[in-house]
Design a protein around this ligand. Structure first.
Ligand code: GLU
Length: 468
């Protein structure tokens, strides 16, 4: 267990520009598990300052995804757009303290500076025209031009941290530009909002995607300038598709809620996502409680994890088997209705008991349940002709007559009846099994015939036998 002196506070800080994707869900899960492991606080923050790309639907999609996965936040959601006054206040303070300054260069001028640096073989950067230095005279303030605010980045030394995932990382401050923290209209920029939020929200541990590694030295420097505590950072590598390329739509669904639609259980998803880049020995299947108990950032992998749909199906199948029949029935009922079936047409928990050992998704269960709850589609005439010959007809007639008289209607009594008919007529199972399935279910293959007929109910079975 990691020893920490301060109460742990983590956050998930998605930008609501689409659905909750698998990578986001996984960092959310790690932050959540870390907080839960330490008895800490998990904060949800919506980074919605990109007005062109952020939508209320995307916010809702993220909230839905988190709720579905059961990643409950202790605080939030906080919305950055509602914190603008606070960002302005901090910018003002930094201007007063001299850790930030107004810069009146136009974007064209800055581009020209960059071009010049490039031409001289240097790193393209802002040249510090408006950066105040002791004894330096700044240019006259141009009339009618709104300035940006830049952070006065330290010019020497290194900014380093010991990353929870990647180990020690260091950046030369000379590589970092004086970044813009407020635009000419006064609105704060992305890295700045993150800093103020992490500071105000008392975040102690930041777990996020490694696409943010380059932002971290900038954020650390601003936090230092504010006199804030620096969180511990951990940058998790991205998820790759089965072909080794960055996971994307090309590889199938990347939105968490698509997996709900496709019939995956949230617990299975959490289990599977946790194993993408984190491990506890060789354990592949574990409960949420075990995940929380075992979660340790030392076991986060430095290398990228690979999405494996087959393994996800295997995990889901396990969780389906573990789910009590009545609970499965409740989850599958709406999916049966969506497919035109009537969930009340059969004893659904018993149907689940019959099907759940072989299903990988709830949708497969729903498809399977249509045998009992769906509209009856008679078998193709060719199939009937092929399998229902004279002998079969006699067998079916005998079966119907005796089935009517069975004192009990269950899988055992039906199996016993079938067995005795086979013996009396001196035929093998397929001779009766196939015609019986075809006539009663419309399908050539079904789960065990005794169970299927028991669940269909005597009335329906006799009706179909009489009607073919
Ligand atoms: N809003 C950022 C994103 O969605 C995450 C920022 C962070 O975790 O610091 O990529």
């Amino acid at each position: 267990m990691t020893t920490t002196t301060k109460a742990v506070r983590t956050r998930f800080a998605p930008s609501p520009t689409g659905f909750l994707h698998l990578g986001g869900a996984r960092t959310a899960l790690f932050s959540w598990a870390f907080a839960r492991h330490h008895g800490g606080t998990f904060v949800l923050r919506i980074e919605d300052t990109d007005l062109e790309r952020s939508t209320p639907e995307a916010v809702q999609a993220i909230l839905d995804g988190m709720a579905w996965l059961g990643l409950d936040a202790d605080e939030g959601p906080f919305y950055q757009m509602r914190r603008m006054d606070r960002y302005r206040e901090v910018i003002q303070r930094m201007l007063e303290e001299g850790t930030a300054y107004y810069c009146y260069c136009t974007p064209e001028e800055v581009e020209a500076m960059r071009e010049k640096a490039r031409a001289a073989g240097l790193k393209p950067r802002y040249d510090g025209t408006w950066r105040p230095e002791p004894g330096k005279t700044l240019p006259p303030v141009p009339a009618d031009r709104k300035p940006v605010v830049r952070f006065r980045t330290p010019q020497d030394g290194v900014t380093a941290w010991n990353d929870m995932v990647k180990g020690p990382i260091a950046f030369d401050n000379s590589e970092l530009d004086d970044l813009i923290i407020a635009r000419p209209d006064g609105t704060p920029t992305y890295n700045f909002c993150v800093v103020v939020d992490d500071w105000d929200m008392g975040i102690t541990h930041v777990i996020r995607g490694d696409d943010h590694v380059n932002n971290t030295p900038r954020q650390i420097n601003i936090l230092r300038a504010l006199g804030a505590d620096i969180p511990v950072y951990g940058h998790v590598p991205m998820i790759l598709g089965p072909d080794g390329e960055k996971l994307s739509k090309r590889h199938g669904a990347v939105s968490v809620m698509e997996y709900d639609k496709a019939g995956y259980l949230p617990d299975a998803m959490v289990n599977y996502l946790a194993r993408l880049g984190w491990s506890h020995g060789n354990d592949e299947l574990f409960t949420r409680e075990q995940l929380v108990e075992w979660f340790d950032t030392r076991n986060l992998s430095k290398s990228a994890a690979q999405w494996d749909p087959k393994k996800l199906n295997w995990v889901n199948a396990h969780y389906i088997k573990q789910t009590p029949d009545a609970e499965l029935a409740a989850l599958v009922a709406p999916r049966i209705a969506e497919r035109g079936g009537d969930p009340d047409a059969a004893n659904l928990p018993a149907v689940m008991a019959l099907l759940k050992d072989r299903a990988e998704t709830l949708n497969e269960l729903a498809e399977g349940a249509l045998l009992f709850c769906g509209p009856f589609t008679p078998a193709e005439p060719e199939l009937m002709e092929q399998h229902v010959d004279e002998t079969a007809r006699t067998l079916l007639a005998d079966f119907a007559a005796q089935a009517r008289e069975l004192p009990e209607w269950n899988a055992n009594s039906i199996d016993a009846l079938i067995k005795s008919l086979l013996a009396t007529h001196g035929v093998k199972m397929p001779k009766l099994g196939i015609p019986l399935r075809l006539v009663v279910t419309g399908r050539k293959q079904t789960p065990s015939i005794g169970h299927v007929l028991a669940l269909l109910g005597r009335e329906r079975v006799l009706e179909r036998l009489a009607g073919y």
